[in-house]
Design a protein around this ligand. Structure first.
Ligand code: IPM
Ligand code: MG
Length: 362
C-alpha cells in the first residue's frame, strides 16, 4: 500500500536530521517493500521566511492530505524578535492544535550501550524505560484568558490552566491503554494540593480507572515530587500521564536520564492525524555543521511505521538496526565519551542504512 508523508524539516539541525531519516526511508522503500512517498513543506522559521507565516497555508493543505507528518525541529535566534504569533514555536503549537494531536508519547528508554553517557550513575539508570504521555492541545498552553496588560499602574502577565473533564478522560485513556502493553503501571502527575484544575484531573483519572482500567496499577504524584523521584529512582516509573506544561518539563528531565536528548523520538496522535518528531530542539549552535545526532528522528520514523503506517515489522527492524549500530560502537559527538571517536550526522545515517542492508542480506 502506498503511503504519503508530509516532511517538515523546519529550522536549524531539523534540516540535516530529517535528511538522514529520509535516507533510511529510501532504504526501506528499495529493499524492504515499503511504498512511501513524501513531500516537503515549511514550518517554523522556514515557514515564516517563505510565506510570512510559521504554519503556512500550503503546509496546512499538505498535512491534511497525508497519512503522517515527520517534523524536524523549529526555532532559532533569527526569529526571536518577531511578534509571538509569527515565531517558529507558534507554528508548532498551531499544527498540533489544527491536527488535534492531543496525545504526545515521549519514551525514555536507556540503551545499555550508552549507560556511561548519562550524568547519573549507571546503577540508577540501568533498565529505565519510561513513557511520558503528555496532553498536548490544551492546559495552560492554550487556556484563555491570557495576555499582558496594564493593571494598577503596572504590567500584569497571565495565563489560564484549564482542563475539561473530557480532555482529561481521553488522555488518561491513552495512558492506561499504553500501560497495558508495557508494565501495566500508570503514575498520574499533577499539583492537586494547590490547583483546582489538578483536583479535577485527579478525580477524573480515578473515575476512569475504576470504570474501565482497574487491572492497571495507578498511582498519583505531585509534580514537584515527580521531578525529584525521576532523579532519585527513575526505575519506579512505567507510564507517566500529565498535562501540557508539566509534561513539557518532565519529558525533558526524563530524556536526560538516558544520556542524550538526541536519542529520543516522539509521537503526537489525535483522532485523525499523527505527527512524529524528535523531542530535542533545533540546536542553532551546531546547525549546518553535520554534527547533530539523527537517531531521535530515525527512531521517530520507527514510531511512524508502528503507529501510522501499519508496518510493525519494519518498525522492529529499524529499531534493531539502530541498536546494532550502537553495538558496533558508532557514536555521534553527543554520545561519545572517554575520548571515543565520533561520526558526523550523515555518517550516523549512513551507518544505520548499512546496518539495514546487512540485515536484508542476512
Ligand atoms: C516541546 C517544545 C515545545 C513545547 C516548544 C518549542 C513550543 O519544548 O515540544 O517540548 O513547549 O511544547
Ligand atoms: Mg519541551
Amino acid at each position: 500500500m502506498s503511503v504519503k508523508i508530509a516532511v517538515l524539516p523546519g529550522d536549524g539541525i531539523g534540516i540535516e536530521i530529517v535528511d538522514e531519516a529520509l535516507k533510511v526511508l529510501d532504504v526501506l522503500n528499495k529493499h524492504f517493500g515499503l511504498d512511501a512517498h513524501w513531500e516537503k513543506a515549511g514550518i517554523g522559521g522556514a515557514g515564516y521566511d517563505e510565506s510570512g507565516d510559521p504554519y503556512p497555508e500550503a503546509t496546512q493543505k499538505l498535512v491534511h492530505a497525508c497519512d503522517a507528518v515527520l517534523l524536524g525541529a523549529v526555532g532559532g535566534p533569527k526569529w526571536e524578535s518577531l511578534a509571538k504569533p509569527l515565531r517558529p514555536e507558534a507554528g508548532l503549537l498551531r499544527i498540533r492544535e489544527d491536527l488535534g494531536l492531543f496525545a504526545n508519547y515521549r519514551p525514555s528508554k536507556v540503551q545499555r550501550q550508552l549507560l556511561d553517557a548519562s550524568t547519573l550513575k549507571p546503577e540508577v539508570i540501568e533498565g529505565v524505560d519510561i513513557l511520558v504521555v503528555r496532553e498536548l492541545v490544551s492546559g495552560i498552553y492554550f487556556g484563555k484568558p491570557r495576555g499582558i496588560e496594564e493593571r494598577d499602574g503596572e504590567r500584569y502577565g497571565f495565563n489560564t490552566m484549564g482542563y475539561r473533564e473530557s480532555e482529561i478522560r481521553r488522555i488518561a485513556r491513552k495512558a492506561f491503554e499504553a500501560a497495558r502493553l508495557r508494565s501495566n503501571r500508570v503514575c498520574s502527575v499533577e499539583k492537586a494540593n494547590v490547583l483546582d484544575v489538578s483536583e479535577l484531573w485527579r478525580s477524573v483519572v480515578i473515575e476512569l480507572h475504576k470504570e474501565e482500567f482497574s487491572d492497571v496499577e495507578l498511582s498519583h504524584m505531585y509534580v514537584d515530587n515527580a521531578a525529584m523521584q525521576l532523579i532519585r529512582n527513575p526505575r519506579q516509573f512505567d507510564v507517566i500521564v500529565t498535562g501540557n506544561l508539566f509534561g513539557d518539563i518532565l519529558s525533558d528531565e526524563a530524556s536526560m536520564l538516558t544520556g542524550s536528548i538526541g536519542m529520543l523520538p516522539s509521537a503526537s496522535i489525535g483522532e485523525k492525524f499523527a505527527m512524529y518528531e524528535p523531542i530535542h530542539g533545533s540546536a542553532p549552535d551546531i546547525a549546518g555543521q553535520d554534527k547533530a545526532n539523527p537517531l531521535a528522528t530515525i527512531l521517530s520514523v520507527a514510531m511512524m511505521l508502528r503507529f501510522s503506517l501499519d508496518r510493525v515489522d519494519l518498525a522492529d527492524l529499524l529499531e534493531r538496526a539502530v541498536e546494532q549500530t550502537l553495538d558496533a560502537g558508532v557514536r555521534t559527538v553527543d554520545l561519545a565519551f572517554n575520548g571515543e571517536a565520533s561520526v558526523s550526522c550523515s555518517g550516523m545515517g549512513d551507518a544505520v542504512c548499512k546496518q539495514l542492508l546487512a540485515i536484508s542480506e542476512a
